[in-house]
Design a protein around this ligand. Structure first.
Ligand SMILES: C[S@@+](CC[C@H](N)C(=O)[O-])C[C@H]1O[C@@H](n2cnc3c(N)ncnc32)[C@H](O)[C@@H]1O
Length: 219
């Protein structure tokens, strides 16, 4: 990591507000998300191996989910999200994509799946909006639903260059909903503490916005 790590900003959007905030963002979400994050999502979806049981947590409007289902025509792909209007858009994107898939309302803090049900769990741009105090609970849920040989792929907003960071933090503290509640998070220590071994970390920058990809395996 080239940028110095800072303390994580307190989450600007409370968990109970998330469905309301994202219901409002849903109609315009894909514009910003494609412009600044499409490359990171592609790299995350490249970790799918056809024939596996795959779970994407917080599918949003389905930008990555669609790629994941396409990459897994002989497997099973499940997805959950907390916000019904985001999920409705994801449903439309995959309606005609071949391959077994299912989408449902669900909370990353209490996943509606049994233990050891998946080979791969993907989660993009969600932990960067939830409170730091929820990281252990959420990562513990990812660990619980993964098989012992399972892989976890996380994508989140990474540390910003110093000048951009100062402006971003200024805006985030005043208008976090405008930014979808997302702020830079350094997740590696939390991932390790949750019982994963980190295999790879990459930073991809698109239109000046850096995203960190973490590939981890259950230890
Ligand atoms: C910034 S969007 C990211 C969506 C998608 N992963 C992507 O890359 O475009 C954040 C999404 O996380 C969802 N979300 C936030 N907290 C959640 C939770 N605890 N459980 C499930 N989904 C959650 C929101 O409803 C929203 O759709």
């Amino acid at each position: 990591m080239s940028e110095a790590m800072h303390a994580i900003e307190p989450a600007g959007v409370a968990p109970e507000e998330i469905p309301r905030v994202y219901a409002r963002l849903a109609p315009i979400y894909d514009v910003w998300a494609r412009l600044t994050e499409s490359r990171a999502r592609e790299l995350a979806a490249a970790h799918v191996r056809d024939g596996e049981d795959v779970l994407e947590v917080a599918v949003g409007t389905g930008l990555a989910f669609e790629e994941v289902v396409r990459a897994n025509p002989n497997g099973r792909t499940e997805g959950v999200d907390l916000t019904a209007p985001m999920l409705a858009r994801a449903r439309r994107k995959v309606a005609h994509v071949p391959g077994a898939h299912a989408l449902q309302l669900g909370d990353a803090r209490a996943l509606p799946f049994p233990d050891a049900a998946f080979d791969l769990v993907l989660n993009s741009y969600m932990l960067d909006l939830v409170p730091e105090s929820d990281f252990p609970l959420v990562l513990g849920e990812f660990r619980r639903v993964l098989r012992p040989s399972g892989r976890l792929v996380l994508v989140n907003m990474a540390e910003l260059p110093p000048r951009l960071r100062a402006t971003f933090v200024w805006l985030y503290r005043r208008a976090p909903r405008l930014l979808g509640g997302c702020r830079p998070v350094a997740l590696a220590p939390f991932v390790e503490r949750a019982g994963f071994r980190i295999q790879r970390r990459d930073v991809v920058t698109q239109l000046g916005v850096p995203s960190e990809l973490i590939l981890a395996t259950a230890r």
